[in-house]
Design a protein. Structure first.
Length: 94
C-alpha cells in the first residue's frame, strides 16, 4: 500500500493570504518528513518546491459527554510549502 503524505490542504484566511505569496499550507501525516512532503507536492501538483517548513499543532483539551470529561484532541502536523515555479489551485473554478 502506498504511503499517504498529504492529508488535506488548509483553506483559512491566513492560508489564502499566504497563497498570494506562493506559500501553501497542508495537513500532513504524522510520520511525514520535509523531503517526503516536497516529493509529494512536486509529483501531485507539478510545481517546483523552494522550501518546506513543518510545525506540529498541539491538540486542545475539550470537555465531552454528559459528565463533561476533559479529553485531548489529536495533534496535527502542518507543512507550509513555498513554491518557486508554477502555482497550486486550491480553489478550482466551476
Amino acid at each position: 500500500m502506498k504511503n499517504i503524505v498529504l492529508v488535506s490542504p488548509i483553506v483559512t484566511e491566513k492560508a489564502t493570504a499566504l497563497a498570494q505569496k506562493n506559500v501553501y499550507g497542508f495537513v500532513v501525516a504524522g510520520n511525514a518528513t520535509k523531503t517526503s512532503v516536497k516529493h509529494a507536492i512536486k509529483s501531485y501538483y507539478n510545481v517546483e518546491v523552494g522550501g518546506v517548513q513543518i510545525i506540529v499543532r498541539k491538540g486542545k483539551m475539550r470537555k465531552v459527554g454528559r459528565r463533561m470529561i476533559p479529553k485531548k484532541q489529536a495533534d496535527k502536523k502542518i507543512a507550509y510549502v513555498r513554491v518557486t515555479k508554477g502555482s497550486i489551485s486550491l480553489f478550482p473554478k466551476a
